[in-house]
Write a protein that binds this ligand. Sequence first.
Ligand SMILES: NC(=O)c1ccc[n+]([C@@H]2O[C@H](COP(=O)([O-])OP(=O)(O)OC[C@H]3O[C@@H](n4cnc5c(N)ncnc54)[C@H](OP(=O)(O)O)[C@@H]3O)[C@@H](O)[C@H]2O)c1
Length: 250
Amino acid sequence: MIDLSNSAVIVTGASSGIGDATARRLARDGASVALAARREERLHDLKDAIEADGGTAIVVPTDVTDRAQVQALADATQEAFGSIDVLINNAGIMPLSFMKNLHEDEWERMVDVNIKGVLYAIGAVLPVMQEQGYGHVVNVSSVAGRRVFPGGAVYCGTKHFVTALSEGMRAELSPDHDIRVTSIEPGAVATELTHTITDEEIMQMFESRHGEMTPLQSEDIAASIHYAVTAPEHVNVEELLILPSDQRSA
Ligand SMILES: NC(=O)c1ccc[n+]([C@@H]2O[C@H](COP(=O)([O-])OP(=O)(O)OC[C@H]3O[C@@H](n4cnc5c(N)ncnc54)[C@H](OP(=O)(O)O)[C@@H]3O)[C@@H](O)[C@H]2O)c1
């Protein structure tokens, strides 16, 4: 099992939900965490909580759709901690909508955050990991990266991209560069992710299904990520699909 006590970990989307819980979980095991997202105040609250628990964290306000800001995040992490051992590539948005309702701005935004943002982070950390001769990239995809559902055509498309990207990255980077790659694919998790939905038909659909299942908690996904990043060096956990026990479909 890998000891996280000397590891530098970047967590994008650390200001809420899965990112927040993962930063706390890894910091508890001794990882030094770089907290990235746009809501700076939340990141500072998280840093305070991690430090109060004896951990180490820095705050790097970052919009992942801006490549220069993502590069600055990697630079700040290396400067503060001397390495970049793990990237938790987690920032994402999910403004679900039906295609017929033509939420084109939201389609574009999902491409910017869920696809381009993910690539920018990989591009910023890979040179460092190659130079080190090791590293671990955890891309947070979704069950939507495996299954497609009405109202999720574009979101599922972005998450299928992340799943495919992760598979290709692992095949290239794990055997020859000792850089492990994991795709995390959660089902429904109780977070703020649905707050970006503006399509009223989707909102009504969600309301009518309320209480149908018990969603996962962010800590459940943090535990899965913890399992993948602490697995022994010879183990590359390529993919984890985690669903609430009573979730019927995507
Ligand atoms: N919740 C679920 O059911 C579920 C299921 C499967 C997969 N996922 C995936 O899990 C990941 C985390 O989502 P979550 O459920 O934890 O939702 P969340 O609580 O809404 O967290 C999303 C995070 O992404 C950040 N973010 C959004 N746009 C950003 C940008 N332009 N630049 C930097 N950060 C940005 C947000 O921070 P700021 O707004 O402060 O920037 C926030 O910290 C996402 O990739 C999501 O697709 C979630």
